[in-house]
Design a protein around this ligand. Structure first.
Ligand code: FES
Length: 111
């Protein structure tokens, strides 16, 4: 089953992406050309994969681990519904998920 995700990029443009169950949200976003750096490749050693989850979707995600919460403290522009996209694996329940990429995010590939 395909799972649709909408990313809202830092300029406010909605980008539709599609993944499969157990695909990683960071990878799905990167594959769609979104500015998610993901420097540490999912090791929870950076926060460059930070996304802000739409409030109505936040409670559908598996809870963040303590390590993830700690790393989010360093994320620029973090909000109450912030998550590290590398820690989110898609499940059928997340079909329709919407996340925003904060404008504070830096993409080293574009510097
Ligand atoms: S890719 Fe580094 S914390 Fe997600």
């Amino acid at each position: 089953m395909s799972i649709k995700v909408t990313f809202v990029d830092p300029r406010g443009n909605a980008v539709e992406a599609t993944g499969e169950a157990s695909d990683n949200l960071l990878r799905v976003g990167q594959a769609s050309g979104l500015p998610l750096e993901g420097t540490c490749e999912g090791q929870m050693a950076c926060s460059t994969c930070h996304v802000i989850v739409a409030a109505e979707w936040f409670d559908k995600l598996a809870e963040a681990s303590e390590e993830e919460e700690d790393m989010l403290d360093f994320a620029a522009g973090a909000r109450r519904t912030s998550r590290l996209s590398c820690q989110i694996d898609l499940t059928p329940v997340l079909d329709g998920l919407t996340v925003s990429i904060p404008s504070e995010s830096n993409d080293a590939r574009k510097m």
